[in-house]
Design a protein. Structure first.
Length: 123
């Protein structure tokens, strides 16, 4: 790869990574705020277990979205990395985030199925 092209790639990638990480950060902050407000409301109103599960579902969806966005930033960062150590570190982070994404996604789907079954039994 020519030095000019490589320099251009790094110049474009670095601020892009920061922007993508900022988006993920904002998603997480909004998700935590949603969870705190919802948990306080649930506690004060004596919410049912189903309502509490719905709160968790909303928070988990935000976390899954944030992890996916952060993984995109990691992929871009690995494209411009210059050392095997940095690539290995990014790879480990990507694997951890992918596992978290998988298990959170599975939990979200399980809660969704329970809610669907509850609605069907209520009819």
């Amino acid at each position: 790869m020519s030095e000019t092209l490589k320099g251009w790639l790094i110049t474009i990638s670095e601020p892009t990574i920061v922007i993508i990480d900022a988006i993920a950060f904002l998603l997480i902050v909004v998700g935590v705020a949603y969870l705190i407000v919802g948990a306080l409301r649930a506690q004060l109103s004596g919410a049912s277990n189903q309502e509490k599960r719905a709160l968790w579902l909303g928070f988990a969806k935000v976390l899954v979205a944030a992890l996916s966005v952060q993984l995109a930033a990691d992929i871009i960062e690995s494209a411009i990395s210059t050392s095997w150590e940095a690539i290995g570190r990014l790879g480990a982070i990507a694997v951890i985030r992918t596992f978290l994404d998988y298990f959170l996604g599975r939990d979200v789907e399980e809660i969704r199925e329970r809610q669907k079954e509850s609605r069907e039994h209520a009819r």
